[in-house]
Design a protein around this ligand. Structure first.
Ligand SMILES: [Zn+2]
Ligand SMILES: [Zn+2]
Length: 384
């Protein structure tokens, strides 16, 4: 990442959200494919900038945002490679923030990591601070795994020339067969007293982003896993003290009904709407998705893109327009899911019972051996 220089001695220019050559002279058609939430190997994804750009060019994407967790390390490279293919890149980052004793993921759009002006300073400090916290946590986590007799020699191969983050340590522990999954790896690290996730207060990040002209959007408010759902009362409580700018109302896992709900929440509060797949790698969990520019036109306009307005009377989005929207879960899906969960619980119980039986057998065997040794020693003593 380019270092931020000292503030210029002269008066500071007003913050510019995005400086994308040609963005105003090359308007976006309402149907142009955009994806405003993509990850790379700079955080927990596996897309390299070159692979990602090849994929986006094949898919005809016009505008994308690179939003790695807590770092903008890939932004400049993706921007450079994408420009050669006619794709415009919004500099982004998905910040891990703390609010109301929980975490939220906050997409911050429009702040280039190589900004050196005073207005961007506080925000770039946020990304540097959280990066430093993660690097320290990772080193601590690595030591804890090793002290627990679980060496992870492959960890440096995983992070390559990027800094080692807790994600690499957790993944290396799986590779070394110490744990089965990221979930187990994280739980084990917690048991060892380590941490894998850093956060900054949402107030600090939003304030710093706004100073730099950035736009703050709550990521995946309707996603059950990850950081959990943001309900309507949550949103209003948040807005009472933190001036966020938008919601990710189009997301890979949403049904039309969810999209309708989050678009309405946003519209009723004059918030912007974003569209993102949250793709981390090829088909992981999905490929980048061709959302229509019209669905997030106001956000794109704020970021400097001239989206041709839809004809008057035509809704920006309507249920049924997105052929890739998730289908509502049927009663059969719910039953199948419950059956799967029950089978998993039964398997875990059987494994626990088996383990208990093994422990009991081992205890009985060692007790028998102890008795035998005692009797033998008594016989020996008796024979003397
Ligand atoms: Zn997220
Ligand atoms: Zn994400």
């Amino acid at each position: 990442m380019t270092a931020v220089a000292d503030p210029p001695a002269t008066a500071v220019e007003p913050a510019v959200a995005v400086d994308l050559p040609g963005s105003r002279t090359n308007p976006l058609h309402p149907a142009d494919p955009v994806d405003l939430h993509l990850h790379t190997y700079a955080s927990d994804g596996a897309w390299s900038p070159a692979e990602l750009v090849d994929h986006l060019a094949e898919g005809g994407f016009k505008v994308v945002a690179v939003c790695d967790h807590d770092t903008q390390r890939s932004v400049l490279e993706v921007t450079r490679l994408a420009a050669e293919r006619g794709i415009r890149v919004i500099p982004g980052v998905e910040m891990t923030v703390g609010w109301n004793k929980r975490q939220l993921h906050l997409l911050v759009y429009g702040i280039a990591p190589d900004r050196t002006d005073q207005a961007a300073r506080a925000f770039l400090e946020c990304t540097r601070d959280i990066d430093r916290m993660l690097i320290e946590m990772a080193e601590d986590a690595r030591r804890r795994f090793e002290a627990d007799d679980k060496p992870i020699p492959d960890v440096h191969e995983l992070h390559g020339d990027r800094p080692m983050w807790p994600f690499h340590v957790l993944t290396a522990a799986i590779k070394a067969d110490h744990v089965k999954s990221l979930y187990h790896s994280a739980r084990h690290l917690e048991k060892l007293g380590g941490q894998f996730s850093a956060e900054l207060p949402i107030e600090r990040v939003v304030d710093a982003a706004h100073q730099a002209g950035g736009i703050c959007v709550i990521a995946h408010p309707g996603r059950v896993d990850a950081v959990g759902i943001l309900t309507e009362p949550d949103l209003d409580r948040l807005l009472a003290t933190v001036p966020i700018d938008g919601l990710e109302a189009h997301y890979r896992s949403y049904t039309d009904r969810q999209t309708e709900f989050y678009r309405a929440l946003a519209a009723n509060r004059s918030l912007l709407v974003s569209c993102g797949s949250d793709s981390h790698a090829p088909r992981q969990p999905v490929d980048p998705r061709p959302w229509r520019a019209a669905w997030c036109a106001d956000l794109l306009r704020r970021l400097g893109f001239a989206v041709t307005p839809a004809p008057s009377g035509v809704a920006a989005w309507a249920p049924g327009q997105d052929p890739m929207a998730a289908l509502p879960r049927t009663a059969t899906d719910v039953a199948a899911e419950a059956a799967r969960a029950a089978a998993e619980a039964a398997k875990a119980a059987a494994e626990a019972a088996q383990k208990a039986a093994e422990i009991a057998t081992a205890a009985a065997t060692s007790m028998m051996e102890a008795i035998k040794r005692f009797e033998e020693s008594r016989l020996r003593t008796g024979g003397e």
